[in-house]
Design a binder for this molecule. Structure first.
Ligand SMILES: Nc1ncnc2c1ncn2[C@@H]1O[C@H](COP(=O)(O)OP(=O)(O)OP(=O)(O)O)[C@@H](O)[C@H]1O
Length: 258
């Protein structure tokens, strides 16, 4: 098996002709743990959707070589008023394996119980989703991710609105997945957390500003450059080439492939 599980080749992604991620090239190694950081609107979620295949490239390509994907979107994209229990939500993790209407086997139920236990939600099976706290909901979503038994895991801001204790527990789960050989890409805003726990980082500002070992990426210079790109970016402008060239001249050329 190749040790590269995702390869970006000059990838540009966007919406209705407007690019949100520009000219990304690079590779994600199997078994790696990478943080994706950048300001609001810098293209992090767009990149996740591109990797998940939800968004097709405007140009360039994103070649994926993983077997099974688990994608945990931002909580804001989830409807918690849907009348469902924790067990229903977590069981959805089996749909790739069983199909949407397939039966969850006795073995699956045992595995599901183990996952709920691992995320600290033992006994919560029958709780309604709208009765959960933000942290408990995130734990339930992590249980669903575990049930999927994916070799490639995308997490979009998984620590939003959860307390410090929950973050510690969820980070430990993520590290456990990586120790099992799974690959994890995780969108985060907390740079201190990234420095402490994430060996590799991709810094985005609509285009890649830096990508590599975290201490080499989260430098004062790179963060200033990312701010400059982001602030100068004009959402109203049509195509990216001209604007990117202007910004490159102003802030220095971006190392698009690190
Ligand atoms: N469905 C959409 N239709 C049109 N434009 C969109 C859509 N989703 C995102 N965008 C735009 O694409 C750009 C990048 O958005 P994206 O959500 O990828 O940023 P982000 O880095 O994940 O931001 P945040 O940290 O706020 O979640 C933004 O200008 C945003 O308005």
């Amino acid at each position: 098996m190749s040790d590269i599980c995702v390869e970006f080749k000059n990838l540009t992604l966007g919406y209705e002709g407007h690019a949100a991620v520009h000219h990304l090239s690079g590779e994600v190694k199997s078994g790696s743990l990478t943080a994706i950081v950048g300001a609001n609107g810098s293209g992090k979620s767009t990149l996740m959707k591109g990797i998940a295949g939800i968004l097709k490239p405007i140009s360039g390509s994103c070649v994926t070589r993983f077997k099974r994907l688990a994608y945990l979107p931002q909580q804001s994209e989830l409807d918690r008023t849907f009348p469902a229990r924790v067990i229903d939500l977590v069981s959805l993790g089996y749909w790739q394996k069983r199909g949407l209407l397939g039966r969850v086997s006795a073995d699956d139920r045992v595995a599901l119980g183990r996952c709920l236990d691992a995320v600290g939600l033992d006994g919560f099976e029958k709780r309604a989703l709208d009765s959960l706290s933000g942290g408990q909901m995130q734990r339930a979503l992590f249980a669903r991710t575990m049930v999927q038994d994916a070799d490639f895991i995308l997490l979009d801001e998984p620590f939003n609105a959860v307390d410090a204790r929950t973050i510690v527990d969820l980070v430990a789960l993520i590290k456990g997945w990586v120790a099992e050989g799974r690959t994890v890409l995780c969108v985060l805003h907390d740079h201190a957390l990234v420095r402490e726990h994430f060996p590799r980082t991709l810094l985005m500002a609509r285009k890649p500003v830096a990508w590599g070992p975290t201490p080499e990426v989260l430098t004062r210079d790179n963060l200033a450059r990312a701010r400059g790109f982001q602030e100068a970016w004009d959402d109203a402008s049509g195509w990216c080439e001209e604007q990117a060239a202007v910004l490159d001249r102003k802030y220095g050329k971006v190392a698009a492939h690190v």
